[in-house]
Structure formats: C-alpha cells, structure tokens
Design a protein around this ligand. Structure first.
Ligand SMILES: Cc1cc2nc3c(=O)[nH]c(=O)nc-3n(C[C@H](O)[C@H](O)[C@H](O)COP(=O)(O)OP(=O)(O)OC[C@H]3O[C@@H](n4cnc5c(N)ncnc54)[C@H](O)[C@@H]3O)c2cc1C
Length: 381
C-alpha cells in the first residue's frame, strides 16, 4: 500500500490486509488459470471464504460477521482483485447489494433461507436489474410482477447478470406498478431453479472466471418472495448506492495496483540496450506516473470508505472514487501492457488479463457518465 494512504488507516487495517493477502495468494491464486481458461467460476472458493469469515466481514457479529466498517471491506476487495478480478467479482456479489438488501429489508425467514447461507458461501445469489433496453435508465425497465391469488406472476428479461449461470437465487427488481415509476419498483427473491426461468451464458471480453448470463423469467412466485414492501424498491436500492460504488472502486484499485507492481518488477528485470528498462528515464517517468495514479485512486477509495463508515453522506466521495479508480485502472493497465512489450500482449503473462478486466470498470455500477451526472447534481453544477 502507498505510504500516502497508510496514514488514513489504522494498525488493525494492516493486520487485516495481511490476512486477506495470505488468503488471496494461497487460495485464490491457484484457481485463476483454470477458471479463466474454462470460463467457469470456481464455486469452491465461496465455502472457504465463508468459513474464514470473509464473506460476512461487513455484517453484524450476530450473523457470523466481523462487524467492521467499509474500509475493511475495501481492503478485502482490493487485495482479492490484485490476484483475480473475475473471481473477486463473484465473491463480492455475495456480500454486495442483493445480500445487503436482504439483510436490511428481509424478514427472519428470508434471512434464514438466503442471507445466512449466502454469508457462509453455501447458497449463491445474483442481482438482476439491467434489461436489454434499460441499463443506465433503470426506470425504463419492462419487467413486471403482477398479483395473483397466491402470489405474483413475474415476467422479465434481465441481461448481463453476474453469477446468473450458477446462482441459487435471484434478487430481482421489477415493477409492481409501472405507472407509478420510481414508486412502483419492487424487489423479489426468486429461486433460480424453479420452472419458468431460463439462463443463457454470455461470452465477454474480460472477467472470464466470472460467469455472466441473460435471464428470461416467466413464473409464479409466492407472496413471501417479496422483499420488504411493494413499491419501495427504488428507495431500497438508493440506500446501497454509495457502498456499491466505493467497493467497486476498490476493485479497480486492486487491478491497477497489480498492474503497477508487475510493471515495477518487469522493468527491473528486462534488459535492452545493455541495461534494465527501469534505468531509462522515460520508463522511470512512466513508473512514477503509475505511482501517482494508484495513490490517487487509493486516497479516493479509503477517504470515501471512512466517510461512509462515520455515517456521513458520501455520494460525492463515492462517485468521485468510482470515476477516478476506474479511469486509473484503465490507464495503468494499458501503460503496463505497453511496458511489457510483446510479452504483455501474450496470454501467458497476467498483464493482458488485467488490461481486459479493467475495461469493465467505467461501465458497471453506474457508468462514468452516470457518476458525472450524479456529481453535477450533487455539486449544483
Ligand atoms: C460484465 C458485466 C456485469 C454486469 N453485472 C450486472 C449485474 O450483476 N446485475 C445487473 O443488474 N446489471 C449488471 N450489469 C449491467 C451494467 O450495470 C450496465 O451495463 C450498465 O448499467 C450500463 O447499462 P447499458 O449497458 O445498458 O448501457 P447504456 O445505459 O445503454 O449506456 C451506453 C452508453 O451511453 C452512456 N449514457 C447513458 N445515459 C447517458 C446520459 N444520460 N448522459 C450521458 N451518457 C449516457 C453510458 O454512460 C454508456 O457509455 C453488468 C454489465 C456487465 C458488462
């Protein structure tokens, strides 16, 4: 971690970082090649992460969690993403928005059936909001849940859904009253394997170790599938926005950090014109810029996380962290690939994976333009 950021965090953060780094290097790293090549998420990592308490870090001790703040969750995400962003995105999803919604708004039965097994890594969920014609414009969605005598008839087509191909349950956002717009959205927990749900796996540029799918849903669900109250979905989702953006920025930071570290080592070893690459001033300047970039991203991530942890409103800090860290990840991985020369372009070197993975970050968890829109509104621009 950069010296510039260490002053923000305490000794306990350092100890926690070491334990996560050990876990990532010993337990995630050996799975990466096979998962990236096969395009299959290594589900076995979930039980292990659950056993070690990493999935429940930010949840109360009563749920088997660590009861610690968001800065610790960011360390977890950053350190795991340094090793593999794809596997990390699957792990994060189990502790992220969908699970957080069940925790906050679920009833004891939903906690027992979904939340507790998810935090133990025993049941895996996915979070389905995006539709083919409704991405940034969430309210443009067409998915609906219509009341029946015993529950709801759900019809929806959801796309780009992380973990959908192997998930046990779906945290699904649809309209229960489309005319009411933001007051008409509701959240349901739907068992993925029930009849009437089809999933199509999608191929993509990066994050190959994380499976992504399209869901076609036309099924009956019981009334007990509703999370919280009808029509309050948007209100619930907004409560998770800041945290989602900050942890997403931590993932970008981990990828940028890995690319920077690999480039520091590679340019120290690779010799051309009779000396190591890092002896050329042009290369030293590139490495110095990478250090500035990762430090800027880290400052944004951890100051936003600490602000959120103190219970302060942190939408501006969260959106800034998301934009800065995702742009840093794209820039640093691109320069890192370049400084590895032809080797950087080869799949045998991890740089090309980091480069492909980083392309995702300005798109998910609210695109860069959506963050800028938030900032313009929040800052009165
Ligand atoms: C690998 C992957 C995993 C994902 N996982 C999930 C998941 O688990 N669950 C889920 O629900 N979704 C998921 N998503 C969806 C993701 O959140 C959306 O892709 C994202 O919200 C953008 O929506 P879109 O793709 O429809 O792009 P669009 O909204 O169509 O945007 C296209 C472009 O237009 C820009 N744009 C849009 N509106 C404006 C505006 N008002 N002003 C200026 N520019 C604008 C955008 O910034 C973008 O550059 C995932 C996506 C990917 C690629």
């Amino acid at each position: 971690m950069s010296q510039t950021v260490s002053h923000l965090l305490g000794e306990e953060h350092g100890t926690f970082r070491q334990s996560v780094r050990r876990f990532a290097e010993r337990e995630i790293a050996p799975l990466v090649d096979a998962a990236e090549t096969s395009g299959r998420f290594p589900v076995q990592i979930m039980a292990r992460a659950g056993e070690l308490g990493f999935l429940a870090v930010g949840y109360p001790e009563s749920l088997g969690g660590g009861g610690v703040g968001l800065s610790f969750e960011c360390i977890l995400v950053e350190e795991c993403a340094r090793v593999c962003a794809g596997i990390t995105s699957g792990m994060m999803l189990q502790t992220g928005l969908g699970t957080a919604l069940i925790h906050k708004f679920g009833n004891p039965e939903q906690h027992a059936n979904y939340l507790i097994p998810a935090l133990r890594g025993e049941k895996l969920g996915c979070y389905a909001m995006t539709e083919p014609d409704a991405g940034s414009d969430v309210l443009g969605m067409r998915g609906t849940a219509t009341r029946t005598t015993s529950g709801y008839r759900v019809r929806a087509n959801k796309v780009f859904i992380t973990c959908a191909p192997f998930a046990d349950f779906i945290v699904l956002v649809v309209y229960t009253d489309a005319a009411a717009r933001q007051k008409g959205l509701s959240v349901f927990i739907v068992d993925r394997h029930q009849p009437g749900i089809e999933v199509r796996a999608l191929r993509k540029l990066g994050h190959h170790s994380m499976e992504t799918g399209e869901l076609t849903i036309d099924c009956e669900v019981p009334a007990a599938a509703l999370l919280g109250e009808e029509g309050r979905g948007m209100e619930y989702l907004l409560q998770g926005l800041e945290k989602g953006r900050i942890t997403h920025a931590a993932r970008s930071l981990g990828v940028a950090m890995a690319a920077k570290d690999l480039t520091r080592s590679y340019t120290a070893e690779r010799r051309q014109f009779g000396k190591a690459l890092n002896q050329f001033q042009a290369i030293q300047f590139e490495l110095a810029r990478m250090e500035i970039d990762v430090t800027s991203a880290a400052l944004h991530v951890y100051s936003a996380a600490l602000k959120h942890e103190r219970g302060e409103r942190s939408m501006v800090a969260a959106s800034m962290a998301k934009v800065v860290a995702s742009e840093v990840a794209e820039r640093v991985t691109s320069r890192a690939l370049h400084l590895h020369g032809g080797y950087g372009y080869m799949a045998e070197y991890p740089i090309e994976r980091l480069f492909r993975d980083a392309k995702l970050y300005p798109i998910t968890e609210g695109t860069t333009e959506i963050q800028l829109r938030t900032l313009a509104r929040e800052l009165g621009i």
